[in-house]
Design a protein around this ligand. Structure first.
Ligand code: SAH
Ligand code: SF4
Length: 428
């Protein structure tokens, strides 16, 4: 048998992983010597308060209060933390900051979709997208700048530089989305936090019901492979799910993986969110070509890991994402094989059919609408839900796999320059 491990995919560049900023116990060092609290769990905040001079009991109490202000109320200024003594607030502000990713650009699509181009403190651009629907609002969150995996139809896979986002940069996206949507609960003390027009009914309560919220769901489907940044994604999602903080239910969070099999069980056990799997093909040849991680973890292994996924049930089905590529993976036989595989592994599954979003230089075309409908019908007639995902935000390049398209044009030169500088520094 040929050694497919060594095969390269023409047209793709090997990505260069960049080191994360020099984290010191989860904290990104800042030039001003202060510590950004966003991304830190309550216990760690208490430790930092103790190191800064509070006694253990005080540190624990203050950490609990500050945590609530950070993640439940969304304040970005210690001065607004009204249940903390007035003298204590400047003490905090001297030592700590409440950070957010920098917004480079915010775009609003005609269909309501919003896209933000964000920047890390060390100058890397990444994106997040908000997609409002009638009954929900979904935030698509990035886990890495770029991706190491080179799926052939995905534009993110063509980016040369890759850096894992930190816990703060991941949870910071959710915080920023809440800022922009004006979605923090307002108590009487926090009247300056901004309002949501037309949705004020429950604001006086100081908390939201999910049906009053704009941002109700999170999908880890932005840039990057979340299971290749497991620890940070886990810690960020724990902050998102924390009942004292953002308090989003794990049922409203979905993590999408291209199939990092060895991390899937751990994902179910330690994070417990819904799982989406980027299957995209049902034969070894085709999946090897379009999702190259298949050469390492094949379809059978992947589907077995899905069957074993902790928490999967008919009530919490696994989503199989399937990008529709013309004459590549879209035949009737492909649809029938997909059904056979799902049944063979007895998977509680639904299938999301994603029309391929082309990008300049992409080696594929999208299947015709008729073909997609026929494919969907075959799967549906076998008793498996197979909706076709409507592309959203196309006018602002917000659709799947398009993230970073526009940003790339602007910042590629800059990223390349940074990379060259890094190489030069290493050579010195
Ligand atoms: N790395 C993870 C999550 C991010 S990609 C994963 O691969 O699952 C999110 C989804 O967008 C994946 O299903 C991916 O296959 C899909 N996608 C990527 N590029 C696309 C494109 N050009 N058109 C349609 N879907 C695309
Ligand atoms: Fe990475 Fe997902 Fe794109 Fe594949 S589809 S290159 S895993 S972001």
């Amino acid at each position: 048998m040929a050694d497919t491990q060594l095969m390269t995919i023409p047209g793709h560049i090997d990505p260069v992983p960049l080191p994360r900023p020099d984290l010191v116990e989860g904290v990104t060092p800042r030039a001003d010597g202060r510590t950004d609290l966003i991304g830190l769990p309550k216990k760690r905040i208490a430790e930092l308060f103790a190191t800064a001079g509070l006694d253990a009991k005080q540190a624990k109490l203050r950490a609990k209060q500050v945590f609530h202000w950070l993640y439940h109320r969304g304040v970005t200024d210690f001065a607004e933390m009204t249940d903390i003594a007035k003298t204590m607030r400047p003490w905090l502000a001297e030592r700590f900051v409440i950070g957010r990713p920098e917004i480079v650009e915010a775009q609003h699509s005609t269909d309501g979709t919003r896209k933000w181009l964000l920047r890390t403190p060390d100058g890397h651009d990444f994106e997040m997208v908000f997609i409002p629907d009638a009954d929900r609002g979904t935030l698509c969150v990035s886990s890495q700048v770029g991706c190491t995996l080179n799926c052939r139809f995905c534009h993110t896979g063509t980016m040369r530089l890759v850096r894992n986002l930190t816990v703060g940069e991941i949870v910071g996206q959710v915080m920023l989305a809440r800022d922009s949507l004006g979605e923090w609960p307002k108590g009487g003390d926090a009247a300056a936090l901004g309002t949501r027009t037309g949705l004020d009914d429950d604001e006086d309560e100081g908390s939201y019901t999910s049906d009053g919220r704009l941002l109700t769901n999170i999908v880890m489907m932005g840039m990057g492979e979340p299971l290749y940044n497991f620890d940070n994604v886990r810690d960020a999602l724990k902050l998102v799910m924390d009942g004292d903080g953002l308090a989003l239910s794990k049922r409203r969070i979905t993590l999408s993986t291209s199939g990092v099999v060895p991390k899937m069980a751990q994902c179910g056990e330690e994070i417990g969110v819904n799982l989406a799997v980027s299957l995209h093909a049902v034969t070894k040849d085709v999946r090897d070509e379009i999702v190259p991680i298949n050469r390492k973890y094949g379809i059978e292994e992947l589907l077995q890991a899905c069957a074993d996924y902790p928490g999967a049930s008919n009530a919490r089905r696994i989503t199989f994402e399937y990008v529709m590529l013309k004459d590549k993976n879209d035949s009737d036989d492909d649809a029938r094989e997909l059904v056979r595989l799902i049944k063979h592994y007895k998977l509680p599954a639904k299938v999301n059919l994603i029309p391929f979003n082309p990008w300049p230089g992409a080696p594929y075309e999208c299947s015709t609408p008729e073909r997609i409908r026929r494919f969907s019908d075959i799967v549906f007639e076998a008793g498996i839900s197979a909706p076709v995902r409507t592309p959203r935000g196309r006018d602002i390049d917000a659709a799947c796999g398009q993230l970073k398209t526009a940003a790339e044009k602007k910042s590629r030169a800059e990223l390349d320059r940074l990379y060259e500088e890094k190489q030069a520094a290493l050579a010195d």
